[in-house]
Design a protein around this ligand. Structure first.
Ligand code: ZN
Length: 486
């Protein structure tokens, strides 16, 4: 470096840049003196901490309001302070945390701080940011089945700012409680006439707790109630009693074959006609046929080897199964579309054929089957006739499929949720899921383009909200664009 410095033609260079040669020489000598210090290798110090990028956004408006609105005194500048730039975070969150410097202005006489435009803008942006983040959390929680920790990661990714697990959990609970209250309001809202109350229990995997979720919907597919069932007799009764109301007065109660539902319905003080789900009824008949095949007995001479005996039994079962198949086929036919008016007649025909010795050998098993079928018809015949009649005349449901598909929505939630140690929280969580589902506009299938709330024609004025988020108190942020973009 010294050699290079010596080689500089001082006179020529000084002329080139327009300074006196003596000045240049003097400065060069200074450089020569400190050269060893400048060039010596130094140990690297600690890395600088991530300071906010101050150059990015500094509020640079000069406000001319110089009089205090309270006392009329003079307003003076009173230092500056940094705040999070909420506006940038809301709009360009992924940029990372940015801050903005705000000029503080105080009244000289009373000390009142004058709120600057920038500060007002940031306050509004902060409210909007939290609102939007809370909406995102609720979308993740009640629709997308995202777990609390995953939501935390997502928010951090989108907004480069962490939020706490506690906040997500508290918000979930609060939103769930609002949703629960909203479901309870449903029966006080005017709506299209609903005559069916479909009810079922579903069993989400809830840790070691032995409780289930009772779900009630009407024929429009609107989830009217979800409840954690700890004691069946008590909780199902209460749920059925609470779900009906001024504008929901069903006439029919449609469930699977669970024996107790009828009792609970009566205990709840409801006098509904009880129908059973068509699919479960058919399944029950299939079971009776299978029992007949399984319970077959074999008369064999004594002394026959066990293996032979087994072989013969197997053969006999096979033959009987084949023989009964045609009757079972008639049962399926009886329940198929187009046969509604002759369903029970067809079933009775099956029974009389089973009792006819010219059709089938009257073994004990067959007689028993005919008897059990007879009892089945006696018990369910009238209800089946009415159920199918209503279906043909008014298009009402004959199965609880709509309900089971709702249960299919609840089940995956229970897997990712940590809410199930406490039945109360579990109930409000599922109320949130149910409410979202009620407002969810289907994008495919038979109900494409509509939500259950629309199909049930729930009067939204009575209900007091027009969508899921406004129901739980998180409507879209109301930003005055003029204020926030200046
Ligand atoms: Zn003042």
């Amino acid at each position: 470096m010294l050699v290079i410095l010596e080689n500089i033609n001082i006179e020529a260079e000084a002329r080139g840049v327009g300074v006196a040669p003596s000045t240049l020489r003097y400065d060069l000598n200074k450089i020569k003196d400190v050269l060893p210090d400048v060039l010596a290798n130094q140990k690297p110090g600690p890395k600088p901490k991530n300071k906010p990028d101050k150059a990015v956004a500094i509020a640079t408006q000069c406000e001319e309001s110089t009089l205090c609105p309270l006392c009329g005194g003079k307003v003076r500048k009173n230092g500056t302070y940094w705040v999070l730039n909420w506006f940038l975070m809301l709009t360009l969150g992924w940029l990372g945390i940015k801050r903005v410097r705000i000029q503080r202005r105080r009244c000289k006489d009373c000390g009142e701080e004058i709120v600057s435009t920038e500060r007002a803008r940031q306050v509004e942006a902060r409210k909007a940011w939290w609102n939007q983040v809370n909406r995102l959390i609720c979308l993740c929680r009640f629709k997308l089945r995202v777990s609390v920790r995953m939501i935390q990661i997502l928010i951090k990714f989108v907004y480069a700012r962490p939020i706490s697990i506690g906040h997500i959990e508290r918000l979930t609970e609060r939103a769930g409680k609002s949703a629960e209250a909203a479901l309870n309001r449903l029966n006080n809202c005017r709506q299209a006439i609903a005559r069916f109350l479909l009810y079922d229990e579903t069993y989400p995997k809830m840790k070691k707790q032995i409780y289930s979720l009772g779900v009630a919907i009407c024929e429009h597919g609107l989830i009217r109630s979800v409840r954690c069932i700890l004691s069946k007799a008590k909780d199902i009764k209460a749920q059925l009693r609470d779900v009906v109301g001024e504008h929901f007065q069903p006439e029919y109660f449609l469930t699977d074959l669970d024996l107790f539902f009828n009792k609970y319905m009566k205990d709840a003080g409801l006098k509904l006609r009880h129908f059973r789900d068509r699919v479960h009824l058919i399944r029950q008949i299939i079971r009776l046929f299978n029992d007949a095949v399984r319970d077959i007995t074999l008369d064999v001479p004594k002394g026959l080897a066990l293996s032979m005996r087994k072989k013969q039994l197997k053969l006999k079962r096979k033959l009987l199964h084949k023989r009964l198949k045609q009757y079972l086929y008639m049962v399926f036919k009886a329940f198929s579309p187009g046969y509604e008016s002759v369903c029970i007649l067809t079933l009775e025909g099956v029974i009389s054929q089973l009792q006819d010795s010219s059709c089938i050998i009257q073994a004990a098993g067959i007689q028993k089957l005919a008897l059990r079928l007879k009892r089945f018809i006696k018990k369910h015949g009238d209800a089946i006739n009415k159920l199918l009649e209503l279906h043909v005349e008014q298009g009402t449901p004959t199965t609880t499929n709509a309900l089971e598909s709702k249960n299919g929505i609840f089940k995956p939630f229970s897997r990712s949720s940590k809410f199930f140690s406490n039945p109360k929280r579990c109930q409000s969580f599922f109320a949130g899921v149910a409410l979202y589902e009620n407002f969810d506009i289907k994008t495919r299938g038979g109900n494409k383009g509509t939500s259950a709330m629309q199909r049930a024609k729930i009067n939204l004025d009575d209900f007091g909200a027009t969508n899921f988020f406004s129901t739980i108190g998180l409507p879209k942020p109301q930003i005055s664009l003029s204020k926030i973009t200046t």
